[in-house]
Design a protein around this ligand. Structure first.
Ligand SMILES: *Cc1c(COP(=O)(O)O)cnc(C)c1O
Length: 822
């Protein structure tokens, strides 16, 4: 508590508030809570660096020129400054500049592996992925928890029984990058004392990358210091992109085994007739910094250290301030409850004020008032829209995540084999979250950042109503309401503008969807990834028209095009093979749509590809994915009914169960497995999930009423943003249609022919619905309001997926067709 009072009285917060806007113009309108990921760099640091670079020429060291001499002397000074920053005496320590903390770890591992017998490796379970991976190079490896580390005493070392005389490396983080837990800095000393000189040598590696961002690291006592300490400067200062390996000279011998030498690390090399070289011998760093040093990055450290000190004072000041903020954030989230008394957040980080202290990081997940987990992907989308920088997912800490979420290895493997990958939307698997939300604070964080974030979680995730707010639609409508097809849109090029089917035209419906819908896409020239409006909003301004008279897809770009490019181009509708790069030529690579590998036909015309690349400012190629393909030239629908659509009698709603309470629980699946099977066999082209997407105007009206009520958005939300194929509307004003009646439909008959369409479940939404399809501008709505009113099972829905059922004749749709639920 004393800490807290100090921090409030110190004026630190007010000082930072005063310069924040000026120093961090790139963060305008946002709240930065991802210091464990990277730290924003202040403007005055960049200015100072630019001034240095423009007034001095820094040459490659190792030569006699004045520019080279200047670099050499600056780098020597900065090397010393880095040691001083950590209170390390140059008598006892050396600094090796590396690209980042990971590269520092790899240097140590390379050396140990090169030893005659390799090495054994023990690492703490809270280790970052970059430490975990070391095990693959070791002869034996072990993952230890706190207790096992503490139990490491002579004769009881973890590799007891291995009689070989091979060195042991013990590595652990000073602070977990996942939840901010801290581990005793004394472990290095303890382990060193407990290994007798006659025993095999045990080295310690401290991963200080997370710790040093908000705390001073004191290496003044060389006897107790770790042998190797790694860190990344960009995490402390935001810039430069550089890391360090700090080596305790007593442990330098490890590097004697390294064999490779590169430019700059040798005094003499003989290679003609004889193979001989003399490694540099004065300083360790001379032997380990291969090739040209990152001179300008190292020189930028001077500016970084100066600026950090000027803006924030000492690391002790930063530590006091961030500890105070952390306590505030931790309490705000920990104490937040739903009206029924259930906590909103499940927090994995140790409670603030724990014995060892805790980094300014809170790792958590959110549950609704019924105890169900809220999807991380959903929270991330909303947080992004609301301007919060946070991190979600596995955050590069496999052991920390597994122990926080109580994920067993078999569950992680099962999740992996059912398609879960780092960074995908499937973040609740079999009722359990697979990652965390991480909010982390740093030197430039302020009280208002913490308040804004706690308020955000309360506004969107705290349920203050007595009855559950989000009851699913209650009963089926008694009388089939009078509805009709209001408009029909196809999107010939995935993620680009629509083509409206003119009134009076019968449009063919195929099993894959409406004819010509999502048959083309643009793929990135480098990655083969299909481009999406989510990343490239300007795609909305690409407007295709189908001209059957001329047999062309005409495409116009309504945004600003570079002057050397045409405004419009024509693409033949013909599938003439000469238009496309020959398939299966060696090197023809698969493309990817929504993470799925596909084989599309790519156009050879430079005129076509330059048009799209120029309009979007992205190097891309037009590709076609026509119906009737086989293997990777076809795709299958993924849509299925959602839990909120099941009739109320279904047990899922009667007794909301706590996720994870039944270990054998299967992931939610469609109510009958027949639907599941048929949906797996249902083909689609390049749409995300299903053959046809429909929305209804009564639901849109209800949404707009909500959006208006909050008053945060100018004008109504247009149906266009949902990129539906069919917009369904009441036939007359008199018809009383309930909003979201579509959730309850199981099938529809449309048109005079009475063609039947099967409903395939609600459509999950992301913040792409916030892109205005006329201007390509982004706003918060309607995603923010949808998140409040249309969230089920932690996911946000609007609109329904559907498909034509197998039937005789060719189904068609036309504007004005009557729609009847059946
Ligand atoms: C960020 C981080 C790393 C990795 O740092 P790089 O700069 O990506 O090499 C390793 N350990 C911890 C604890 C970290 O926070």
């Amino acid at each position: 508590m004393d800490n807290i009072k100090d921090a409030m009285g110190s004026g630190y917060n007010a000082k930072v508030e005063a310069f924040r806007d000026e120093e961090y113009p790139m963060l305008k309108g946002t709240v930065y809570l991802d210091h464990a990921g990277t730290t924003p760099y202040p403007k005055s640091l960049m200015d100072l660096f630019v001034r240095d670079m423009t007034s001095n020429l820094y040459g490659n060291p190792h030569s006699g020129s004045s520019s080279s001499q200047l670099s050499t002397s600056r780098i020597e000074d900065i090397r010393l400054r880095v040691l001083q920053f950590f209170n390390a005496d140059p008598e006892d320590f050396d600094v090796v500049f590396v690209a980042n903390a990971t590269a520092g770890i790899k240097l140590v591992v390379d050396a140990l592996r090169a030893g005659p017998d390799g090495f054994d490796y023990a690492y703490h379970q809270a280790s970052h992925t970059s430490l975990v991976g070391v095990r693959e190079e070791a002869r034996n490896s072990l993952c230890l928890d706190d207790r096992q580390v503490e139990a490491w005493v002579p004769g009881h070392d973890p590799f007891e029984g291995h009689t070989e005389d091979r060195p042991v490396l013990f590595a652990y983080p000073a602070q977990s990058n996942m939840d901010g837990s801290r581990f005793p800095l004394g472990w290095s000393e303890t382990i060193r004392q407990r290994t007798k000189p006659e025993e095999k040598r045990t080295y310690t590696l401290l991963d200080a990358a997370a710790y040093v961002c908000s705390s001073p690291l004191d290496l003044s006592c060389a006897d107790s210091a770790p042998d190797f300490t790694v860190l990344s400067f960009y995490k402390i200062f935001g810039f430069p992109d550089l890391g360090a390996l700090i080596v305790r000279r007593q442990a330098e011998e490890v590097f004697n085994a390294t064999k490779y030498f590169g430019g700059g690390t040798v005094d003499m090399v003989v290679c003609v007739k004889e193979q001989w070289h003399a490694p540099k011998s004065q300083f360790l760093h001379e032997r380990l910094e291969h090739g040209t040093l990152p001179i300008h990055n190292i020189i930028a450290l001077d500016a970084a250290l100066d600026t950090h000190n000027r803006l924030f004072g000492t690391m002790e000041d930063v530590s006091t301030h961030t500890t105070f903020l952390h306590t505030k954030l931790d309490r705000g989230l920990r104490l937040m409850q739903h009206r029924n008394g259930m906590p909103v957040c499940s927090i994995y980080s140790p409670e603030s004020g724990s014995q060892l202290g805790n980094g300014p990081v809170v790792a958590f997940n959110i549950r609704n008032s019924q105890g169900a987990w809220v999807s991380l992907a959903e929270i991330e989308k909303l947080a992004t829209l609301k301007g919060f920088h946070i991190r979600t997912g596995g955050v590069c800490n496999p052991g920390g995540i597994a122990s926080a979420l109580a994920l067993e290895p078999w569950e992680m493997r099962q999740n992996f084999s059912s398609g879960f990958r780092c960074g995908t939307d499937n973040d609740i698997m079999a009722g359990k979250p697979t990652g965390v939300i991480r909010a982390s604070l740093g030197a430039m964080s302020t009280i208002s950042d913490v308040d804004a974030f706690v308020d955000f979680i309360a506004e969107f995730y705290q349920d203050l109503t007595l009855t559950p707010a989000l009851t699913p639609p209650t009963a089926l409508p008694t009388r089939p309401p009078e509805l009709c097809v209001h408009s029909i849109s196809i999107y010939p090029i995935k993620s680009c503008g629509n083509f409206q089917v003119p009134a009076g035209v019968d449009w063919e419906v195929r099993p894959e969807g409406l004819a010509w819908d999502r048959e083309w896409c643009l793929v990135h020239q480098g990655t083969g990834q299909a481009l999406s409006q989510k990343r490239y909003p300007k795609m909305a301004l690409i407007r295709p028209t189908l001209d059957f008279g001329r047999g062309e897809l005409r495409v116009r770009y309504i945004g600003k095009v570079p002057s050397h490019l045409p405004r419009e181009i024509s693409i033949p509708l013909s599938k003439n093979p000469s238009l496309f790069r020959p398939p299966t030529t060696p090197g023809s690579r698969p493309s990817r749509v929504c993470g799925e590998e596909i084989l599309a036909q790519t156009y050879v015309s430079t005129e076509i590809n330059e048009f799209f690349s120029g309009a979007l400012g992205v190097p891309c190629i037009l590709a076609r994915f026509p119906p009737g393909g086989q293997g990777k030239s076809m795709r299958h629908s993924k849509a299925h009914l959602q839990k909120h659509q099941l009739p109320l009698a279904a047990p899922a709603f009667k007794t909301p169960k706590l996720p994870g309470s039944f270990p054998g629980d299967r992931p939610p699946s469609p109510p009958d497995s027949d639907t599941e099977r048929s949906s797996q066999e249902r083909r689609i082209l390049l749409s995300n999930e299903s053959p046809i997407l429909a929305i209804t105007l009564p639901s849109l009206d209800a949404l707009n009423a909500e959006v208006r009520r909050t008053g945060s958005h100018r004008g109504d939300i247009s149906p266009d943003v949902f990129r539906a194929n069919i917009v369904i509307a009441p036939t007359s004003r008199a018809a009383t249609i309930e909003p979201y009646v579509e959730d309850t439909w199981s099938s529809l008959r449309i048109g005079d022919g009475g063609h039947r369409f099967e409903m395939l479940g609600s459509c999950r939404r992301c913040h792409m619905v916030c892109i205005n399809q006329d201007t390509a501008e982004k706003s918060e709505e309607p995603f923010v309001t949808l998140s409040k009113t249309r969230r089920f099972d932690g996911k946000v829905f609007f609109g329904v997926h559907m498909a034509a059922t197998n039937q005789a004749g060719v189904p068609t749709l036309r504007v004005g067709d009557v729609v009847v639920s059946c």
